[in-house]
Design a protein around this ligand. Structure first.
Ligand code: SF4
Length: 145
C-alpha cells in the first residue's frame, strides 16, 4: 500500500501535521503527467493500494483525473481527506469516482478536534462530510493521523 501525499497545500494548520502544510502552493510538486508516470511505476511494482492524501488532496485541481486513472488501472483507491472541503458541491464527483475508501480524519469530539485542527468548526465540517459521503453510498471511515 502506498499512502501518496500528492500535495503539501492544506486549508488547515493542525498542531500535529507532519507534512508542515500551509494554505499556499509549494514548489517542486509533481504535475499531472508526472503523477501518471509514477502511477505506472507503482503498477509495475505491483502495488495494489493507493491512498490519495496530502496536504489536502481535494486542493489538487486534477485530483479526480488522478483518481479516475488509478481506478481504471485496477488499483484499490482511497481518498484521505480532512473532510472540511467535502460538501454538496463535490460529493457527486467524489461518488462518481467509485473510491474504495473515503477517510475523514478526526482527532476527537467537537472542541477537542477543533483545537488540534486549529480551526473552529472543523469538527462539524468533517462530520457533515462523513454524512455526505454516507448518503452518497460511498464507504466512509474515521481515521486518526
Ligand atoms: S489536515 Fe492533514 S495535511 Fe492538513 S494540516 Fe492537518 S494534518 Fe496537515
Amino acid at each position: 500500500m502506498v499512502i501518496w501525499n500528492l500535495i503539501r497545500r492544506c486549508n488547515l494548520t493542525c498542531e500535529h501535521c507532519y507534512s508542515i502544510s500551509a494554505d499556499k502552493d509549494f514548489p517542486g510538486e509533481l504535475n499531472t503527467d508526472e503523477v501518471f508516470k509514477v502511477m505506472d511505476d507503482l503498477k509495475a511494482a505491483r502495488v495494489p493500494v493507493l491512498i490519495l492524501s496530502g496536504g489536502e488532496p481535494l486542493l489538487r485541481p486534477d485530483i479526480f483525473d488522478i483518481a479516475r486513472r488509478a481506478k481504471g488501472m485496477g488499483f484499490y483507491v482511497g481518498l484521505s481527506s480532512n473532510g472540511t472541503l467535502i460538501d454538496e458541491s463535490n460529493i457527486d464527483a467524489i461518488d462518481g469516482i467509485g473510491f474504495d475508501y473515503v477517510g475523514v480524519s478526526l482527532d476527537g469530539i467537537g472542541a477537542t478536534h477543533d483545537h488540534f485542527r486549529r480551526k473552529e468548526g472543523a469538527f462539524e465540517a468533517s462530520m457533515q462530510a462523513s454524512a455526505c459521503a454516507a448518503s452518497a453510498a460511498s464507504r466512509s471511515a474515521c481515521a486518526t493521523p
